[in-house]
Design a protein around this ligand. Structure first.
Ligand code: FSO
Ligand code: SF4
Length: 552
């Protein structure tokens, strides 16, 4: 196996024996096989679009396939094997659609040679898929810079696919995004493309990352309303309880409906925290708060929680024996031996009864004390206080905004974000989204004239909210360049959704982003140089050095 798609990759180079995340080599190779087939599907999918045709089932499969291979989603060989089988079916389907369209339009058969990923087939099971997967992964591209750009593109596409899939689940879609996913994937099979072409595609991925986040923002707010400023309790109450982690709001919504009146309290965990601010979800009185912090603390927190846990998306970690019988996965998440709540059929809600039965069987999880934290400061709420913000900037009450969005993770180097948050002076405001916030959102950092010093816009995709706010401020101050605003960017990354967020910021013209805790291993020195020369991207330094530079 070889995988270097996340910040925790072994020695900052690549996981080769087993993933630091817990991914077995078998799973890594099956994921590579799935990605390769998605590229083959996309080869035909992009071609058939030239005839104005597409197949919705195939399109959704490509988005979900990409999402499946994001860090900490699917660790189950059996589940991946089924997806690979389905990938062959999807490829056949879209290939015949193309061949028919070609024949109808040209009066002859299509005879051009096609890349191997578009035709390779095998009759067999997991072993053969795994073997082929081990031959077609990242290292198949020999040129270091082309490999780097292809992977940067594919990881950006994975993030875009995840946000697009979330939006789709909430009945919002945009075919141009799906078309770009396929254009991008197909491009990685094309050996005639040079580095400049891939740089252009990477920047185009930033454009589509903005589109995907905007689409998801619309999906979330159309379904559940604009988030309200909300104070959330972070302890637990007496009585049965269920903990819901991940990013899928519809899963939480359906579970809330199915637990109404049953005496079960529902708690969010990790990236589900922002759900507490949506009017359409906070209306449920048994949604009582958030328990725990970010994904990397889950083994300790899930053990302590005592009740059942539902993982709706990443980031699942190897379940400990102590809670193996009370953790459930759903959607694209899978772990061998963990109970799985099946997908919706014919738009009927998922059936969470095994989780509910487990909560009732376990009973009281016991009360634990917690703090209150303020969330829900997405773009709509910020727009409501824009006059206040503009006045505070003009009067100097707020000197700087520091965007500290992104992910959390294991590395001790991430203490940097806690320290920086502590040391930023009282006239600075942190803008955050994603699980990065757990490094500082329980500190008492106060407020500036009623504006909290940690402005929490929501999940990682709600980084879009922060971009909208920046663009509105630029307009309000009549500035030409978004970089003239008193906003500094100090982004923490872990997995591929954060890559999409980063590309979105680049597309919006943001320069001088600090990126930590480490630069991605998949960026070759030459690609880093392109990013530095064009966007002044820099790695984080010490807290003192960055503090001085932020305040200068
Ligand atoms: Fe975090 Fe995991 Fe939301 Fe990621 S829980 S790390 S960037 O999945 O997507 O912020
Ligand atoms: Fe390693 Fe990260 Fe890949 Fe897991 S996702 S195998 S930790 S690089």
């Amino acid at each position: 196996m070889f995988c270097f798609q996340c910040s925790e990759t072994l020695k900052g180079e690549g996981c080769t024996v087993k993933g630091v995340c817990g991914k077995e080599p078998e799973v890594a190779n099956l994921q590579d096989m799935l990605i390769w087939l998605l590229k083959g599907i996309s080869f035909w999918g992009s071609k058939v679009r030239q005839y104005g045709l597409n197949d919705t089932e195939v399109d959704l499969f490509v988005a979900e396939g990409l999402f499946t291979t994001i860090t900490n989603v699917d660790f189950d060989p059996a589940s991946l094997g089924k997806k690979i089988q389905r990938a062959f079916e999807m490829r056949d389907k879209v290939e015949s659609l193309f061949r028919k369209a070609y024949r109808n339009s040209n009066g002859e058969e299509f005879h051009e040679s096609v890349p191997e990923a578009a035709y390779w087939k095998v009759d067999g099971g997991l072993d053969l898929y795994e073997l082929k997967g081990s031959e077609v992964g990242v290292l198949e591209t020999k040129d270091e810079d082309i490999r780097s750009l292809r992977e940067l593109l594919v990881y950006g596409l994975k993030g875009i696919a995840a946000y697009t899939d979330h939006a789709y689940i909430l009945r919002q879609s945009d075919d141009s995004i799906i078309a770009f996913l396929q254009e991008g994937l197909a491009s990685t099979l094309d050996d005639s493309l040079d580095a400049d072409k891939y740089v252009k595609l990477v920047l185009k991925a930033g454009e589509f990352a903005v589109k995907a986040m905007a689409l998801l923002d619309k999906a979330n707010t159309d379904n559940y309303g604009n988030p309200d400023v909300t104070s959330v309790y972070t302890g637990t109450l007496d009585g049965p309880g269920i903990l819901v982690s991940g990013h899928d709001l519809l899963d939480l919504d359906e579970l809330l409906k199915q637990t109404e009146g049953k005496g079960i309290n529902i708690y969010t965990h990790g990236e589900m925290l922002p759900a507490n601010a949506y009017p359409g979800l906070k209306k449920y009185s048994h949604l009582v708060g958030n328990y725990g912090t970010s994904w990397y603390n889950q083994q300790r927190e899930f053990e302590e929680f005592k009740g059942p846990i539902v993982m709706t998306t990443n980031c699942i970690q190897k379940p400990k024996d102590s809670y193996m019988d009370r953790i459930f996965t759903t959607g694209l998440v899978a772990w061998p031996g963990v109970g799985h709540i099946p997908n919706r059929v014919d738009e009927k809600p998922k059936d969470f009864s095994p989780v509910i039965a487990k909560a009732l069987e376990i009973g009281d999880i016991g009360a634990r004390p917690g703090k209150q934290i303020i969330i829900g400061l997405a773009h709509d709420q910020l727009a409501r206080v824009s006059d206040k913000i503009i006045d505070a900037l003009k009067s100097g009450a707020i000197k700087k905004f520091v965007v500290m969005a992104g992910c959390d993770g294991h590395s001790n180097a991430r203490e940097y974000y806690t320290e920086l948050a502590r040391k930023l002076p009282q006239d600075t405001v942190i803008l955050t989204a994603g699980c990065a916030k757990y490094r500082y959102n329980m500190l008492d950092l106060g407020d500036i004239g009623g504006i909290p010093r940690v402005v929490d816009a929501g999940q990682c995709n709600d980084s879009y909210s922060l971009a909208v706010t920046a663009l509105k401020l630029k307009e309000a101050f009549g500035l030409e360049d978004i970089n003239d605003l008193p906003i500094e960017y100090d982004i923490a990354w872990y997995e591929q959704k954060a890559v999409a967020v980063l590309l979105a910021l680049l597309y919006l013209g943001v320069k001088g982003i600090r990126l930590g805790p480490v630069l991605p291993a998949f960026l070759s020195p030459n690609v880093v140089k392109v990013l530095v020369d064009n966007f002044d991207i820099k790695p984080i330094k010490t807290v003192e050095e960055d503090l001085a530079s932020i305040l200068s």
